[in-house]
Write a protein that binds this ligand. Structure first.
Ligand code: LER
Ligand code: MN
Length: 285
């Protein structure tokens, strides 16, 4: 994972052959280094088709997901392991480098109580088992802390670090997201500093999920934090415009968060690319 990429949610959340075709061809037109592929339903993925599209468009890929309720790690660790094993196999078979996201639970999973030690033990068991499985496939496995309204389990870089230190695997990494950090961390760079050497991937997402550069995220402090901690991982723009209703509901996106997709791609992406160049995180050519 390296360079600047874009989450395929700009074009689709449905990774069937039609979604794959639209998203990969569109992303390649913006000269990004990689695309993030949603694997919410790994069973619908045609891996041969995706591999060919990635190769012919010279794009690298990272996969991400949130777990369906019946497979939440905190309450059904065995089910989560089965689901994630299938997702890892798909990830491997079309040549993506990592599986990440809310891999430890559901987007919107909340019991109404702080996490219990038994829930966290279950999550650690899943991360440990799937981390090892990923390693046997030469894959990286990420965990993305998200804000308090989307999970009660992991909200900060520090909590993610705690979990990884408990598991002790070198291919398990922290995946931060600037939108969640803006809600949960005490400063724009704090989560980055806490995650430290475990931070290998970041979602660059504006404070309202709209066009990067048009909200209240402190981008200079974020990029200074990345540069100062020696970050060399992947940076994916994540903006949620045109979502299917069930995803909009899970993410609590109730209105258009940008003028349109073109504003995000034609203004937000260059804004992020310039910042990443300014702070030496991607090359200037
Ligand atoms: C959800 O809020 C989010 O940030 C996504 O990246 C989930 O994987
Ligand atoms: Mn995210």
């Amino acid at each position: 994972m390296k360079g600047l990429g874009v989450h395929a949610c700009m074009w689709t959340m449905q990774w069937d052959t039609k979604g794959a075709e639209i998203a990969i061809k569109s992303a390649a037109g913006y000269q990004v280094d990689f695309i993030e592929i949603p694997l919410l339903d790994p069973s619908i993925v045609d891996t041969v088709h995706t591999r060919k599209l990635l190769e012919s468009n010279s794009l690298r890929a990272v996969c991400s997901l949130g777990l369906p309720q019946e497979y939440w790690a905190s309450s059904n660790p065995e089910g989560a392991i089965e689901f994630l094993k299938i997702a890892l196999e798909k990830t491997k078979s079309f040549g993506a480098e990592a599986l990440t996201g809310v891999t430890y639970g559901g987007i919107g999973e909340r019991t109404g109580h702080p996490p219990t030690s038994s829930e966290l033990d279950n999550v650690a068991k899943v991360v440990d088992t799937i981390g090892k499985q990923a390693k046997s496939l030469d894959l990286q496995f990420g965990i993305e802390p998200v804000n308090r309204y989307e999970t009660h389990l992991l909200n900060t870089g520090w909590q993610a670090r705690d979990l990884i230190e408990r598991v002790g695997a070198d291919n398990v990494f922290i995946h931060l997201d600037t939108y969640h950090m803006n809600i949960e961390e005490k400063g724009a760079a704090n989560g980055i500093i806490d995650a430290g050497e475990f931070l290998k991937y970041i979602h660059l997402s504006e404070s309202d999920r709209g066009t990067p550069g048009c909200g209240t995220c402190d981008w200079d402090e974020i990029f200074v934090g990345l540069a100062a901690t020696g970050f060399s991982g992947g940076m994916a723009m994540e903006s949620f415009i045109e979502l299917p209703p069930e995803i909009g509901s899970a993410l609590s996106v109730w209105r258009p968060v940008a003028r349109d997709k073109n504003e995000v791609m034609a203004e937000g992406l260059p804004f992020l690319r310039n910042k990443a160049r300014q702070y030496g995180l991607i090359s200037t050519n």
